[in-house]
Design a protein around this ligand. Sequence first.
Ligand code: FE
Ligand code: ZN
Length: 255
Amino acid sequence: MPLEILTIPCLSDNYAFLAHDAKSGETALVDAPEAAPILAALKSRRWTLSHVLLTHHHWDHVDALDDILAAHPAKVIGAAQDAARLPKLDLAVNEGDSFKIGDEAVGVLDVSGHTVGHIAFHIPTSAAVFTADSLMALGCGRLFEGTPDQMWESLSKLAALPEDTVVYSGHEYTQANGRFAETIEPGNADLQARIADIARARANGESTVPSSLSLELATNPFLRPQSPEIRDRLGMQDAPDVEVFAEVRRRKDNF
Ligand code: FE
Ligand code: ZN
């Protein structure tokens, strides 16, 4: 049975997620931006946390951890590579490791780039991947620590997951990402349709996260360095994908 996953808006534009296994009763929280909305969601569902999965050390993903653990003692899981900067971990994981929530295996991917030691959590049997600030809805995280090569490698791993995978990313940045994407690939009809959908969703106060990997592959300029339109626009017809990605990322930084 796939996990039931709730999206919880936190702070001004962060997301946390609860993933619940009905059979075992186990419930995992992905990231801890703000205690009140997370504790309220747990209470309304009568769920008790068993795990907290941390994607990376930035304050807006970990700051509420102590307040949440005070109410729900749970096993904290994060990257071994970033253990020195993360809150105290009960389980330190590396790429390729896996652990279980109920019967569902959770795989760990190293998706460094935004930070070095950023990880994603992939649950194949629930068709879910938690990407935080690596692959984002119509975007990707800013390269605070990693190189374009590292982020491109990370995005390539995520792009290779099954296309029906649902992408649970860390922020509601999608509308602004769309304004940028439109400057990179204006002739992409799927992108234009998505931008219209995003405008409708935001006008109704709805989240644009999660999204599907197939939609990201069709519209996200950071996953599309092979697009002839993008290559023509950037004057990079013969460049390697990673260089096209790096140029798109550079333009976004200056947008
Ligand atoms: Fe971050
Ligand atoms: Zn973030």
